[in-house]
Design a protein. Structure first.
Length: 347
C-alpha cells in the first residue's frame, strides 16, 4: 500500500533537569512523524538520547530514507529505519497507530492485551539531588498519590546516597515502595556494600548498579532482598545472554532505545517466559512516545509500576496529554489508536 510519510523536528525543555549518574537531561529534541494511507493517519515520535540511541543526525538521515521509501509500502519504510532505534520507534509507532486507528482499537489491544485494561501502576521519578531536595520530592510524590518512587543514585559517594535514602525512608515511612537506579555508576565492591544497606532500608529494586557489560557481577549481586534490574544491560546483551548469565530479576524496557513498542512487546514476552518481571519506562519522551509506552505497559500482563509519569517534567509538549496520572496509576486511553489528538497542526 502506498503511504505518505512526513516528519518535523521538535524540541521540549524540561522544567528542571533530570540529574542522573550519567549526566543531566535538560531538553528532549526529536522528530514527530505522520504516516497516512490516504484514509487514516498515524503518529510516531523519534526522540534520540545520547548514550541510548543513534545520534540526532543519524535519526534524521534514517527518517529521510523512510520518506523516500514511502511509495514502496510499509515493509520498505520499516527496512529504511531498521538499524536506528529511535527512528524505528517513530516509524513503527506511526504505522501501529495507523493500523489501530483503522481497526478502531486502542493501541494496547493491538499490542496484544486480551481484555480491557483500565489503568497501570506507575512510579514517580526522582532525580539525584541534595538530601533535602530528595526528601521534598518524594514527599510531594507521596502527597500526589504515588506509592512507588524511583530515586537516582550514583553521582556521589555510596555512603552519601545511603544516607539520603535513609532520610527519605524516615520521612515517608515503611509503606512507600522505594527503588534506586545507579545508571551503571558503581564498582562491584560499592554495589555490594550499598546492597546490604538498601536491603535494610527496604529498597525493592536496584536498577543497573554496574556498567552495562558486567553480567557476571550482576549475577553475583542477586539473591539478597533487593531485586536487580537491568536497563542499559538489556540493550547491550538481550534477554538470552542475560538469562544465561542469570543476571537479572527485573527487566527495564525503554521502547525508544529498543527500536519500538512492537520490539519491546516481543522482549516483554521473552521476559515473561523466563519468569521475570518487566517495567516500562521512557527516555523522558514527549507525549506521543510517552503515551505509546503507556499502551505498551497496558499490554504486558502483571507489569510492575512503570516509569511513564514524567509528562510534568516537560515545560512544553507536542499536544495535550491523554493519559491521566491518578493515585499512582496511569489511566489508559480507550479511544482508537494512540489517543493523542491535534498533534500535527498545520503551520
Ligand atoms: O524510569 C523512570 O522512572 C523514568 C525514566 C528514567 O529514569 C530514565 C530515562 C532516561 C534516561 C535514564 O537516566 C533514566 C533511566 O536510566 O532509567
Ligand atoms: Mg535506568
Amino acid at each position: 500500500m502506498k503511504l505518505d510519510v512526513q516528519y518535523r523536528a521538535f524540541s521540549c525543555r524540561l522544567t528542571r533537569p533530570l540529574r542522573t549518574a550519567n549526566g543531566d537531561i535538560e531538553e528532549r529534541s526529536g522528530f514527530l512523524i505522520r504516516i497516512s494511507d490516504g484514509t487514516d493517519t498515524g503518529y510516531g515520535e523519534a526522540t534520540p538520547l545520547a548514550g541510548w540511541t543513534e545520534s540526532t543526525d543519524a535519526c534524521r538521515a534514517a527518517l529521510d530514507d523512510a520518506v523516500d521509501a514511502a511509495s514502496n509500502g510499509q515493509s520498505a519504510v520499516l527496512d529504511a529505519v531498521d538499524d536506528t532505534a529511535a527512528a524505528r520507534h517513530g516509524i513503527s509507532l506511526a504505522l501501529g497507530d495507523l493500523a489501530a486507528t483503522r481497526d478502531a482499537n486502542p493501541l494496547y489491544r493491538d499490542l496484544g492485551a486480551l481484555e480491557r485494561v483500565p489503568r497501570i501502576p506507575v512510579n514517580a521519578t526522582i532525580g539525584d539531588g541534595s538530601p533535602s531536595e530528595t526528601v521534598d520530592a518524594v514527599e510531594r510524590a507521596v502527597d500526589d498519590g504515588f506509592s512507588c518512587c524511583k530515586l537516582k543514585v550514583g553521582r556521589d559517594e555510596v555512603d552519601e546516597d545511603i544516607d539520603r535514602i535513609r532520610r527519605v525512608r524516615d520521612a515517608v515511612g515503611p509503606d512507600v515502595d522505594l527503588r534506586v537506579d545507579a545508571n551503571g555508576a558503581w564498582t562491584f565492591d560499592e554495589a555490594e556494600r550499598a546492597l546490604d544497606e538498601l536491603d535494610d532500608l527496604g529498597v525493592s529494586i536496584l536498577e543497573q548498579p554496574l556498567p552495562a557489560g558486567a553480567l557476571s557481577g550482576l549475577a553475583e549481586l542477586r539473591g539478597n532482598g533487593v531485586a536487580i534490574a537491568v536497563d542499559e544491560g538489556l540493550l547491550e546483551h538481550g534477554v538470552d545472554a542475560i538469562e544465561s548469565a542469570q543476571a537479572a530479576d527485573v527487566y527495564v524496557l525503554k521502547p525508544m532505545a529498543l527500536g519500538g513498542v512492537d520490539v519491546a512487546r516481543r522482549v516483554a514476552a521473552w521476559v515473561a517466559e523466563s519468569n521475570r518481571s518487566a517495567i516500562v519506562t521512557t527516555t523522558i519522551d514527549a507525549v506521543v512516545a510517552r503515551t505509546a509506552a503507556v499502551h505498551l505497559a497496558a499490554a504486558i500482563p502483571n507489569v510492575l509500576a512503570s516509569g511513564v509519569a514524567t509528562g510534568d517534567r516537560l515545560a512544553d509538549d507536542l499536544a495535550r496529554d491523554p493519559v491521566f496520572i491518578d493515585g499512582g496509576t496511569a489511566v489508559i486511553p480507550q479511544t482508537k489508536g494512540l489517543g493523542v489528538e491535534n498533534v500535527w497542526t498545520e503551520p
